[in-house]
Ligand binder design. Structure first.
Ligand SMILES: Cc1ncc(COP(=O)(O)O)c(C=O)c1O
Length: 444
């Protein structure tokens, strides 16, 4: 018997799918093999609508590609009206392939390579978010060289901020306020005549993710707006663009509640409304990844083994950390929403679900009470649409990535085939004798 208290999966958090019932998920698993990620496009549209309705009118919402860069999903989001927040060349290429117009994208991240900056400037991307003095200088000199004048916002580090992963204070993100002031004086339009290479359009702040408390999220927005206000007052600049971040959370575990969007809407309307009275015409931007796509994804796994060790019952499935591991840092220590597809039949007991990786971290759910599955049964894990393969150790143990499939009323569309293991291993070079040295642009 387990010494831990048994848990019940928080299955009230499972979204209302119009297509993905047990039968459809089983059909997909039979067609494409497991582990498998299945997405329902309508769920993305539903989350988009819910979130955009809660934001003050005129707020520009950018989809954070890092949450899930699947081009098929990006296309849907673009059709819904999303801009794209990208962080690296791979995401830039994905957004472009998803149909993003250059000016509908913003590019951020604490370390941008010269190649990435050059690509962005030549593409004519919307707003480049500079994360340090050094980066701003690099953008300026590259812009001179290329004869372009990119729009640049400074990412501000406000020192404080809320969220599961705090992104302010002693972190690699952004520029401290005092330094931002200095840079605006130097390079802003009303600076010392040095404006020209870049157009400093405003600021960006993103202070935390997976925030489920509307008060914390509103407080982060307020911090960024305060920074924008201070910087304009002290430097005499006028900002046309202020990205106030986001961090809209989705509940994944027992004891977690949906973000109260109605209360958040009231708070944001007040904060942003007040700011716009003082600074009319400013474009206010927000970013969201997980809120828009998490609910749309289901991870379907097949049970490989059921066994008892040290008095505990273990269920081993074929999808684990490598498919879902980046979603959060809990590694199954808490209990997420999952269901046995089909009848089961071994009775109700307490068990722990593990993936196939050779690490005790590979747990998907610990000490849950439920119908015990049998080898060959399917377990579906919900809220799996964000930070799955994109953030997990997909190449750990040379497992590779699962197939990803988008379901619509016409059936299943294979968006990305699973990693071809023969290619993963066979595609490697054991000796190139320098023949490929200097070749840095595969597939671009
Ligand atoms: C700067 C920035 N923007 C947006 C996001 C997306 O966050 P979320 O998926 O929680 O909406 C992140 C996540 O780490 C981020 O660092």
């Amino acid at each position: 018997m387990s010494e831990h208290k048994s848990r019940t999966p928080p299955n009230h958090l499972i979204p209302d799918f119009s297509l993905l019932d047990d039968e459809k998920l089983t059909e997909a698993a039979d067609l494409f093999a497991t582990p498998l990620l299945v997405y329902e496009g309508d769920r993305i549209a539903a989350s988009w609508e819910k979130l955009s309705k809660a934001l003050p009118k005129g707020v520009r919402l950018y989809y954070s590609v890092k949450a899930n860069p699947l081009v098929g999903l990006l296309t849907r989001l673009r059709e819904l009206g999303a801009g794209f927040e990208v962080s690296g060349l791979g995401e830039l290429l994905a957004a472009k392939r998803g149909g993003a117009e250059a000016d509908s994208a913003i590019f951020l991240g604490p370390g941008k390579s010269q190649e990435e900056l050059e690509w962005w400037l030549k593409w004519g991307g919307g707003v480049l978010v500079a994360e340090s003095r050094n980066e701003l200088e690099r953008v300026r000199s590259l812009a001179w060289k290329l004869g372009v004048r990119p729009r640049v916002a400074l990412r501000v580090n406000t020192h404080t901020g809320c969220g599961e992963q705090r992104m302010a204070g002693a972190t690699p993100f952004g520029i401290e306020i005092e330094e931002a002031e200095e840079l605006l004086r130097l390079y802003g339009e009303v600076g010392h005549g040095k404006a020209g290479a870049v157009e400093l359009v405003g600021v960006h702040g993103f202070l935390g993710t997976r925030i489920l408390d509307w008060r914390a999220l509103a407080q982060n927005v307020e911090l960024v707006l305060e920074a924008a206000d201070r910087l304009q007052r002290t430097t005499g600049q006028t900002f046309t663009f202020v990205d106030v971040g986001g961090g809209f959370g989705t509940p994944l575990y027992e004891g977690e509640e949906e973000l109260d969007l109605a209360s958040l809407a009231l708070a944001l309307n007040k904060l942003i409304g007040r700011y716009l009275v003082k600074y009319p015409g400013t474009i206010i931007a927000m970013e969201s990844g997980r809120y828009l796509v998490a609910g749309a994804g289901v991870l379907v796994t097949r049970v490989l083994d059921v066994k008892r060790n040290g008095g505990k019952l273990f269920v081993i499935v074929d999808g684990g950390l490598h498919v879902l591991g980046g979603r959060d840092g809990y590694y199954g220590a808490r209990c997420t929403s999952f269901r046995l597809l089909g009848a089961g039949g071994r009775g109700v007991e307490t068990f722990t679900v593990c993936g196939p990786l050779c690490t005790p971290l590979d747990r998907l759910a610990s000490d849950v009470e439920g119908e015990v599955p049998r080898p060959g049964d399917l377990l579906a894990f919900y809220l799996a649409g964000a930070y799955g393969p994109t953030a997990g150790p997909g190449l750990y143990l040379s497992r590779g990535f699962p197939a990803e499939v988008l379901a619509d009323e016409n059936g299943f569309n294979l968006m990305r085939p699973p990693t071809d293991l023969a290619q993963l291993v066979g595609g490697q070079m054991t000796s190139s004798h320098g023949e490929v040295a200097g070749l840095r642009s595969w597939g671009r």
